[in-house]
Write a protein that binds this ligand. Structure first.
Ligand code: FAD
Length: 318
């Protein structure tokens, strides 16, 4: 199996990759296949599959009674990775998170991935459970992505949680982590965030994928700051074409990113969804071209379950 870091280091061209979400519980994987199929024309180097933690929902039980239930609306990340590898012969990158996992459950999940031949991972902390507002780790779990990276690196060295376990198999995971050109929303400032990003790399992360951004200048400044702060692994820009007017408020509120005035004004003036998508694609093509010209190792697109705009962008670039 190939490692993402080898693709990044060995390619002379800018690579193409994208991220998909598992289908909602109860929906068929066929819709996901249909969405990915057209994008295979551009020979993606890898496909990321996101992980979605549990949520609390309150079900009416008659009268004023509400029952709190724990549900996972999009299960299946690892199964989807295996299915995509099998069907499209492409490397997949499951996202694994700290939230909701005890360290031992993480270890067992990593063993499953190793048995499946999945050797690429994105190691993330995860966000708070929607109704909680603040991230709370499991009492036996990790607080930060860097601790998860450390656990994976340990397994790569044959070190498991049970210290009596001698001569454990050395796994061979390549580890991606998240970076935030506009700073992680909880970090007091960018330099603190960069300090912790460096810590993730020092613990063994091989490469960084950024949060989406709509102004390339922010990415270029972020890369310069990373290099100045001793972070020398490849940094992959994450991009998303805007596809609806609603996203002008939804994306900043969920992902804590700025949308430049020129882009938001153009989207606001659109009279139809088709016009919005056209603007979103044009903006994303321009961003992608500039980034490609600057020599980024890979362009990574957030599909959020829809591939038509990404198809149009990729057609211009790859
Ligand atoms: P961390 O690196 O742990 O950082 C979290 C915060 O803590 C930052 O503010 C950081 O500065 C600070 N920090 C880090 N270490 C320390 C320390 N030791 N002491 C004090 N402060 C510290 N979420 C999902 O649930 N599923 C996904 O599939 C998913 N995919 C993503 C993919 C990408 C490319 C990106 C950019 C994000 C993704 N997320 C996903 C969202 C991510 O889980 C959230 O942004 C989360 O809030 C932070 O995750 P992290 O891995 O960056 O955390």
């Amino acid at each position: 199996m190939a490692k993402i870091i080898d693709f990044l280091n060995n390619s002379k061209e800018t690579l193409f990759s994208f991220e998909v979400l598992p289908p909602l519980k109860g929906q068929s994987i066929q819709d996901l296949f249909n969405h990915i199929e057209p994008l295979m024309e551009f020979n993606p180097s890898f496909i990321d599959v996101t992980y979605h933690r549990e949520e609390y929902v309150y079900k009416s039980r008659g009268g004023d009674l509400l029952e709190k239930q724990v549900v996972r609306k999009r299960p299946g990340t690892v199964g989807i990775c295996a299915a995509l590898m099998n069907r499209f012969k492409v490397e997949t990158v499951p996202h694994i998170i700290c939230g909701g996992f005890k360290k031992e459950e993480t270890e067992n999940a990593l063993i499953d991935l190793n048995f499946l031949g999945i050797e690429n991972l994105m190691a993330l902390r995860g966000d708070a459970i929607k109704s909680e507002g603040v991230f709370r780790p499991d009492s036996m779990g990790h607080h930060y992505a860097s601790e998860l990276v450390e656990q994976i690196t340990n397994m790569n060295h044959g070190v498991y949680l049970d210290q009596d376990l001698q001569q454990g198999v050395h796994t061979n995971f390549c580890i991606g982590v998240a970076g935030y050109p506009e700073k992680h929303f909880e970090a007091p400032n960018l330099s603190s965030d960069l300090k912790w990003l460096k810590h993730k790399v020092d613990q063994g992360a091989d490469y960084i994928v950024t949060q989406m951004f709509f102004n390339n200048q922010k990415f270029f400044e972020f890369v310069d700051l990373c290099r100045a702060n001793g972070i020398h692994v490849p940094i992959i820009p994450g991009l998303k074409p805007i596809t609806s007017q609603k996203q002008l408020s939804v994306l900043p509120s969920i992902f804590h990113v700025d949308i430049p005035d020129e882009l938001s004004s153009a989207v606001e003036e659109c009279k139809s969804l088709e016009e919005v998508k056209k603007i979103g694609v044009q903006w994303c093509i321009q961003q992608s071209k500039d980034l490609k010209d600057s020599g980024v190792p890979c362009l990574h697109y957030y599909s959020m379950g829809k591939s038509d705009s990404i198809y149009k962008v990729a057609k211009e670039l790859f």
